[in-house]
Write a protein that binds this ligand. Structure first.
Ligand SMILES: Nc1nc2c(ncn2[C@@H]2O[C@H](COP(=O)(O)OP(=O)(O)OP(=O)(O)O)[C@@H](O)[C@H]2O)c(=O)[nH]1
Ligand SMILES: [Mg+2]
Length: 255
């Protein structure tokens, strides 16, 4: 049974590029995988998806035929994709592979809040699935933005209820000290509290702290693993996290 990895994150967080780079990295390690594009609006992908929703639902056609704007068409397309879930799953089943790298739509709310996300996850096999959540450096650079990113990832986790790998995307664009600080915030809540209070305690800071405490207690405040698709950094660690999620650290190759 193949394992399904859903790459999910806010618009432009680096999902498609990571699917491409992670496939290259896996192949370089002699690991077998296929790629799936679930974004009907994807324009130019660097990888050639083995399964592509654009072959089933064409966003431009939806816009023209239904007379919808780009966002309305995305919503309609997501619902159409959900109706094709069984067919997509049948195609997926014909691939003999260990890992399926799944690129999700740019607009994270489509996959998270519309029916299409859960419908596809169920059709592809929920038991063997995990989320790879991409935190965007632009958001997590500030302490308050970091808390917002944790809250957002909590919503995604709450909605999908799948094992979760927490990634800091595009880490190559961060100066070393920023990168270290962000990783520290993800490991040490007190460092994050300190940073939140650095500019003085406002009602907003107190709210950030309360949010963070509850995220800690429900277990969604976790270590981020920095990666870069640009300079192929951090993928061994992601792969090792994937192993831990699925079989408590054992490598599929050795099993
Ligand atoms: N420096 C750097 N840039 C990156 C990296 N990954 C992605 N990017 C850039 O970030 C931008 C968005 O990347 P995408 O892979 O299209 O992001 P996405 O999340 O798939 O975007 P949408 O599907 O449109 O939401 C592109 O300009 C990429 O070249 C990275 O690791 N390092
Ligand atoms: Mg994309």
């Amino acid at each position: 049974m193949a394992r399904n990895l859903y790459f999910i994150g806010t618009a432009g967080s680096g999902k498609s590029t990571m699917v491409y780079a992670f496939q290259l990295w896996m192949n370089s390690q002699g690991l077998d995988c296929v790629t799936v594009n679930l974004d009907p609006g994807a324009e130019a992908l660097q990888y050639s998806p083995d399964l592509d929703v654009r072959d089933y639902v064409d966003l431009r056609e939806v816009m023209e035929e239904e007379d919808l704007g780009p966002n309305g068409a995305q919503v309609a397309a997501a619902d159409m994709i959900a109706m094709n879930a069984k067919e997509l799953a049948n195609v997926l089943e014909t691939f003999e592979t260990n890992y399926v790298l799944i690129d999700t739509p740019g607009q994270i709310e489509l996959f998270t809040f519309r029916a299409s996300g859960p419908v596809l996850i169920d059709a592809f096999g929920r038991d063997d699935s995990a989320l790879v959540y991409l935190n965007d450096p632009a958001l997590v650079r500030s302490a308050s933005g970091f808390v917002s990113s944790v809250l957002f990832s909590a919503t995604v986790q709450f909605r999908h209820g799948l094992p979760f790998i927490n990634v800091l995307s595009k880490s190559d664009i961060l100066p070393e000290e920023d990168l270290e600080r962000i990783v520290k915030w993800s490991l040490d809540p007190f460092a994050l509290y300190e940073a939140l209070f650095a500019d003085g305690a406002t009602p907003k800071t107190l709210l950030d702290v309360e949010f963070l405490k509850s995220m800690e207690s429900i277990g969604v405040y976790r270590r981020v693993h920095p990666v870069s698709s640009e300079i192929t950094f951090g993928f061994e660690e992601i792969y090792s996290q994937v192993q831990q999620v699925f079989e408590g650290g054992e490598d599929l190759e050795k099993g």
